[in-house]
Design a protein around this ligand. Sequence first.
Ligand code: FAD
Length: 441
Amino acid sequence: MLRSLQPATSDMTVQALDDDPLTRRSFYEATVTRPPADAPLQGNAQVDVCVIGAGFAGLSAALDLRAKGFSVAVVDAHEPGWGASGRNGGQCLVGFANDDTIVAQLGEDAKRAWRMSVDAVSLVRERMSKYSIECDFTSGYLTVATHTKRIPDLREWMDTASKRFDYSHLTWVEDANDHIDTDHYLSGVHDSFSGHLHPLKYCLGLADAVRRSGASLYAHTPVTQIVEGAKPRIRTAHGDIECSFVVVAGNASIGRVLPKVHDRIAPIGSFIVATERMDPDRASSLVRDRAAVCDNNFFLDYYRVSADDRLLFGGRATTAFVDPNAIAPILRQRMLTVYPQLSDLKIEYAWGGFVDVTRNRAPDFGRIAPNIYYLQGFSGHGVALTGMAGRIVAEAIAGQASRFDLFTRIKHERFPGGEALRRPVLEIGFLYHRLREALGV
Ligand SMILES: Cc1cc2nc3c(=O)[nH]c(=O)nc-3n(C[C@H](O)[C@H](O)[C@H](O)COP(=O)(O)OP(=O)(O)OC[C@H]3O[C@@H](n4cnc5c(N)ncnc54)[C@H](O)[C@@H]3O)c2cc1C
């Protein structure tokens, strides 16, 4: 299998996924009806704001910008929900991928940032209701420890969230087995406000709302260059868009279109398998109230029961471009480690995508010029936060930048090694963490 690995450079990601083995067997793609594709840009256009990327972040920004009266064009190299927003684990969570960074860097203001992450989950619920998006939202989320040494981390995290951030939806679970039908876990934290959803249904619902808002949506229109200036120009193969502001929300595949900051994120592959359907009672027996589950390891397992009674089990981080069919047996094995009772179930779907990870795993929002904003680095914790990112970038463009600028204070470092060496350098780091986890440290 190692021979099928190829480095996942940013350019590689865009090129490889045009013929997309990563989503060919996606459960999400198989369970939606996509509308006819939006037409590509042909010729030149002028708008107030051009948004690059029709994932959660770009679509969210577009909705709020339209609500504020800006004319908006959204361009995507593929179609809405093609990226991480249409492939992820669906876990819609409060907080950040690494709350410690937020606390260390923002001090007292960490509480403000954290409240925004809670509002981000409310925003998902609000938009589901406002735009009548049916996306199987289910409340409940469990973070669990597999190693004794990780239990204090979990406890500390819960105490910080409850006491310092006044988040009142957490309950300590002494024995995870009370909630999850496995003895694989020790203790855990239950969050009754976070939850999970069908991400592609949600994303297509947002795209539909964007079209209805009067914004233009151009599909199959890769942006090749952003020309800075008082009136930035967005260059594509068959036309330019001239605008007053740009929002870049291209995630891991944006690559060299954003040269000033693209090496502050690394594309890390993550994969998910879906079992065949189960009897509903059997599916419900796996996790109480069908909460989503994630462990607190560096290489984490995340999973949830779908509305149609499958187990969707994800994990297996890698920096390489790997065929999900090759990963499926490995993920199935991990799933059976947790739930040996599922050994009779076939895997019907397997897919993957790239997570835009920053070195400190805090989100990276900023400006590469006064009128060119970017949103990246959600680090695998973006289902809810992307919506808030879109909201606060729209506020900033409208002249209210205080919430956006809270995040621009977070310092980020570039990944070492440049394009050529980034992957080997990351793999060495991965090896170190795998070793620690194998040793239970
Ligand atoms: C397998 C997987 C599992 C995950 N699980 C979870 C989870 O359970 N919970 C959670 O909170 N987060 C999870 N995440 C992370 C979450 O999905 C992302 O943070 C979020 O979807 C990012 O949204 P986005 O809008 O920034 O990017 P995307 O959804 O990736 O959208 C970016 C868009 O930009 C377009 N684009 C890129 N370059 C160009 C260009 N040059 N020109 C035009 N368009 C361009 C792409 O075509 C794409 O449609 C997961 C991610 C993956 C991959």
